[in-house]
Design a protein around this ligand. Structure first.
Ligand code: ADP
Ligand code: ZN
Length: 255
């Protein structure tokens, strides 16, 4: 039994009319702008190991609902699955060395080509070399808006943080046994996964990772500074304080 509702019908006509007038007055410039935002945000978390790139990226993900892409997590997933990439990467990672650029670039560009990245994404642990940064710039040129958040932390604090760090085996969330312990010992607050110490979070490997950071990644600070897209944040403060500074550097959506 359907009955006629004049108010509802009238309302439908008003809406349809408004929509038509809208597309007449403001025609979309290109049809593809309807599918994805014309200028998606690409947030790049730069900084030494242990500065809190993963923590901030995950907080940004919760707020912005764009994917959090950690090259370290992607590599560790490949190691767990025993893929050819995982087997190759492990030999570099266990020593604290960088995985060769071409392997990283293939892996990352495949990931960001997926549909969920069309509205933007957060990069954590990439780029780590000048070649990676340049390859990313070439790829983004003209159709994305990269913003670099440089998380700054002194070496002594890095060592203190990493030697007491545990991470969730399933979702990658990091915890610090003294400063930000999980609610239940050994269990992830977010997903109830098991907390483990990363095999590269030992003092010897940390020292090596720091040297690699200073030699190969720190030059990116200068690179992005020249492009005028770098913002530095002191990370020797609580993660909520860091987050409020991070967020202040992110442009508000224009629509
Ligand atoms: P952290 O930032 O704490 O050092 P990550 O999880 O980002 O940890 O990286 C762990 C390891 O994975 C690195 O030491 C390196 O071997 C490898 N890796 C991750 N991202 C990259 C990258 N962009 N280029 C080369 N190697 C990488
Ligand atoms: Zn978890």
């Amino acid at each position: 039994l359907t009955h006629f509702n004049p108010m509802k019908t009238l309302f439908k006509h008003i809406i349809a009319g408004a929509l038509m007038a809208g597309s007449f007055l403001f025609p979309p410039a290109h049809s593809d702008e309807i599918q994805s935002k014309p200028n998606p945000l690409v947030l790049i978390m730069l900084g030494p190991p242990g500065a809190g790139k993963g923590t901030q990226a995950s907080m940004l993900h919760d707020q912005l609902h764009i994917p959090h892409i950690s090259t370290g997590d992607l590599l560790r997933e490949n190691i767990r699955q025993e893929t050819p990439l995982g087997k190759q990467a492990k030999t570099f990672m266990d020593k604290g060395n960088l995985v060769p650029d071409q392997l990283i670039l293939d892996m990352l560009f495949e990931r960001v080509a997926q549909a969920d990245c069309a509205q933007g994404y957060i990069l954590d642990g990439f780029p780590r070399t000048l070649l990676q940064a340049e390859s990313l710039q070439t790829r983004l040129k003209g159709h994305a808006q990269p913003i670099v958040l440089n998380l700054d932390l002194a070496d002594a604090q890095i060592i203190e943080r990493l030697t007491k760090r545990v991470v969730c085996e399933s979702c990658g969330t990091p915890y610090h046994l003294a400063y930000s312990p999980p609610k239940k010992k050994g269990i992830c607050d977010k997903c109830s996964g098991k907390l483990i110490q990363r095999t590269d979070d030992t003092e010897a490997v940390i020292t090596k990772r720091l040297k690699v950071y200073h030699d190969q990644t720190a030059p990116l600070i200068d690179y992005y500074n020249k492009l005028n897209i770098l913002h530095s944040i002191d990370c020797n403060q609580p993660k909520e304080k860091i987050f409020s500074e991070v967020v202040a550097y992110i442009p508000k959506p224009s629509k």
